[in-house]
Design a protein around this ligand. Sequence first.
Ligand SMILES: [Zn+2]
Length: 383
Amino acid sequence: MKIVVQIKLLPDAAQETALWETLKLCNQAANHACRRAHESGVMAKAPLQRLVYGELKAMGLSAQPAIHCVRKTAGAYATLKANLKAGNHGRQGSKRRRRVESTPVRFRKDAAQPFDDRSLSWQLDARTVSIWTLQGRMKGVPFTGSPDQLKLLAEYRLGESDLIRRGKSWYLYATCEVPEAEEFTPEGFLGVDLGIANIATTSDGTVYSGKHLNHVRHRHRHLRRRLQRKGTKSAKRVLRRLSGREARFAANTNHRISQRIVTEAQRTCRGIALEDLGGIRGRVRLRKPQRVTLHSWSFGQLGAYIAYKAKRAGVPVVYVDPAYTSQGCSECDHIDKKNRPDQATFVCTSCGFAEHADVNAACNISSRGVAGWAVSHAADDAA
Ligand SMILES: [Zn+2]
């Protein structure tokens, strides 16, 4: 499976200038290719390359970067075409759609640029890269990363990396092709309940609170409202930066939580049971302030992270029917709305069992996981 590893570059002032000039020129070149594609209607990679390759070289790009710019352009137009077809830019003939169709695609001046092994090489022991720039090959650009990232890089890096500038920092997003572990036969299932107040709760009783993340979201929402009212160009810039920062913070949180859940399941030879998330918005009814949180909240992302980290580790994942997981008693199966005296607690009206509400739900998910696994693997056992 493919994994993207984010490696931070530590260029000195001169190196940074060269990188910045290079990235800007690559995006100017890509924008030139966009204009040519727009006016000529030639948007597929091969014919577009025939059309503009010479022009991009004349702008100062060497062969590989020029080809990557063409590919970037062709990719952007393919995406645009798919979006138009899906109606994401409005109906045919609508004002919004006409505006999109009548202007060439534009890349930001700091849009990501792919580098392949011919224009970028890695000196892993020295922790430096050598990269093509406008000023020629630039050697000895230092990089850094966590021990995990460096290990992935050393063992599995394959093919291209994207050069990214974010704020004042520089990154290479390196693609790694990591082998999948063989799935083991689980001894039981760790149930995971995903939520809002608590991002994730396991049937072992571990609660990952969403307090910090929700706090960041609320603070950003206020700031966003103020900036939107302002509507100036600089306010828009701050807005963009803000939304990127919030998404990264959420992704980071999700990465950390999913890693811990998968590690715990692997350590105890259990599979992971998750609710089938397809219907989460339709199913959950919430008071208004929470509703906002739910929509911006990334259930899908956490579920996806758990699934892919589990796959890497060979941990089986089953998805279970989410009906009544929060109202059913995990001890005696009695289902009753009254089992939930309030949001946080579960007290069974039949057997008196009391538990943290989300832990009880996670336990129900866990036992449904066991049942679901047994059903889907009965045939294997018989064979
Ligand atoms: Zn009970």
